[in-house]
Design a protein around this ligand. Structure first.
Ligand code: C5J
Length: 242
């Protein structure tokens, strides 16, 4: 089957009509500051093992996605070293001892270019896979994600990453308002708080899929296995008509 064929992925609230050639895998904020010991997430008192459960399913999905030559996008939450894109309200929120921009064990917390800000080695982007640096929770706010998707003909997203109820949920909502269909494989997203993860997924698929679809990566793999064509979309940007 060719990658521009419509395939069906078993999902809730009803099957997702998946067109691989125009669907990107969007991996949200799988950054060292959120997932690794000593990072910002742990510094805030969170149990990082809750997030780390999503690493292996993401690795498998990313490998299968790449194997079919489909489009991959990554995001990182963070700020400029001069902090000009950090709202003062976000800087002081939580009243923690250390906040964004302060020095932590992996460099300045959530600052672009620092070790902690980067994507974990297990899911490191390949050349040609766009990395979107976002200052907010949503991947569309104050970024060029929408332009990248339009230029590359992306109409659907499979969204994975962390955290389910914060950056994943916000991005699904933003994508929905821009007319994109989003599928979230539940084992490839995670939250420090399991009940927030459960509710975050319920909200997406409620009311007939008010924001999108929820599935499991086994169903995405089943659909990917049906694609025989390897299409090199990563390294060749589309030409935009003037
Ligand atoms: C948070 C995120 N939770 N990536 N960021 O602050 O969800």
């Amino acid at each position: 089957m060719k990658s521009n064929t419509t395939l069906t992925i078993d999902a809730e609230p009803y099957p997702f009509e998946f067109v691989p050639a125009t669907c990107a895998l969007l991996i949200i904020d799988m950054q060292r500051d959120f997932l690794e010991p000593g990072g910002f997430g742990e510094l805030l008192g969170n149990d990082i093992s809750q997030l780390r459960r999503a690493i292996e399913p993401n690795q498998k999905l990313l490998a299968a996605w790449r194997e079919k030559g489909l489009q991959v996008l990554h995001t990182r939450e963070g700020h400029r070293p001069d902090l000009h894109c950090l709202p003062p309200a976000k800087k002081v929120r939580g009243r923690t001892q250390k906040t964004i921009g302060d020095h932590g064990p992996m460099g300045r917390i959530l600052i672009r270019g620092e070790i902690g800000h980067d994507i974990i080695p297990e899911l490191y982007p390949l050349p040609g896979e766009a990395v979107i640096d976002k200052p907010g929770k949503g991947a569309f706010y104050s970024t060029d994600l929408h332009a990248i998707m339009q230029n590359r003909g992306i109409k659907q997203l499979v969204i994975t990453g962390v955290t389910t109820e914060v950056c994943v949920n916000t991005t699904v909502r933003e994508a929905n308002d821009r007319g994109y269909d989003c599928l979230v494989p539940e084992d490839c997203v995670a939250s420090y708080v399991p009940e927030f993860h459960d509710v975050g997924l319920k909200i997406i698929k409620a009311q007939g899929g008010i924001f999108g679809w929820v599935s499991h990566s086994i169903h995405v793999h089943a659909a990917l296995k049906k694609i025989h064509q390897r299409k090199k979309t990563q390294t060749k940007p589309r030409r935009i008509k003037p």
